[in-house]
Write a protein that binds this ligand. Structure first.
Ligand code: 13P
Ligand code: ZN
Length: 271
């Protein structure tokens, strides 16, 4: 059996959480990550028959039975993941009943997966239904995106359009736009279901006055999506109170999307 601490997927979680903390997106225990793992790869590091404990999830993830995820722990600080991955992270397999998570590694202080596990797993299910290669769901509280929530209408067409206007590359990076949910109580199945519904259409979902969700095939892709939204939101917040002299026009966005060959939300432009 190989040493789990050297597994590339543990290494990736350590690096990503450290990066997100460094960027100020994950104060205290803010934010959570889940990543669908390749089962064959995981069982090179862990005995598939050794379940440490079973943890009820409180929702049904029937289509994910047998799937294995690495996930951040509830109440755990991203700041601390790198120095102590075994306490702050866990590897769980969705049990036969679809309603329990079997802990295979981690959460060594008796902890459990993030309180946002419903939103994560429901988002995985929604993304996998439209993109079988989706593996990562990432949630965080990026500063400028959050600030923008207080001064910009929480309408997905208008919100996406403003972001697209802020950096030339936005429409190329997230041509599918950004879904927006109003403020809702977090940690619940209800917000999980609402997020998953949006995830059928968008890889990015803003949680009004809370933060953002991103989904993608790889950690880099998912991180990059959120990073690009956050950069655009930063430009918006740096300029929103100033007279606007220039902007990227809708015709120019079309030119970009067509040149780079991306399928974009035409209905989010005002042509
Ligand atoms: P957890 O500590 O349960 O992951 O919650 C953090 C968070 O960001 C809630 O939305
Ligand atoms: Zn949060």
């Amino acid at each position: 059996m190989k040493n789990i601490l050297n597994a590339p997927f543990v290494e990736e979680m350590r690096k990503t959480t450290a990066n997100m903390y460094r960027l100020g997106w994950d104060e205290r225990n803010g934010g959570n990550i889940s990543c669908l793992l390749d089962e064959e790869e995981v069982y090179q590091y862990l005995d598939k028959n050794e379940v440490i404990r079973s943890i009820p999830m409180g929702f049904d993830a029937a289509s994910l039975v047998g799937k294995v995820f690495i996930v951040t722990g509830t109440g755990k600080y991203f700041k601390n993941v790198d120095e102590d991955p075994e306490t702050n992270l866990g590897i769980v397999r969705i049990g036969e009943d679809g309603k329990t998570a079997e802990l295979l590694w981690g959460f060594s202080d008796g902890g459990k997966f993030t309180s946002e596990f419903p939103a994560h797993l429901m988002s995985h299910m929604a993304r996998l239904s439209v993109d079988p290669e989706n593996r990562v769901v990432l949630h965080c509280h990026p500063t400028y995106t959050l600030a923008m929530n207080y001064v910009h209408e929480l309408d997905e067409k208008k919100f996406t359009h403003t972001l697209w206007e802020m950096c030339t590359e936005c429409i190329v990076v997230f041509p599918d736009g950004v879904g927006v949910l109003p403020w809702m109580l977090c940690g619940t199945n209800t917000i999980g279901e609402a997020t998953a519904e949006k995830m059928k259409e968008f890889r990015l979902v803003v949680w009004g006055m809370h933060g953002i969700y991103g989904a993608g095939k790889t950690m880099d892709e998912t991180f990059g999506l959120i990073e690009t939204v956050e950069k655009a939101a930063q430009i918006y917040m740096l300029t929103a109170h100033l007279p606007r002299i220039n902007t990227i026009k809708d015709e120019e966005m079309v030119e970009l999307a067509e040149y780079f060959g991306v399928k974009y939300r035409k209905d989010f432009l005002n042509l």
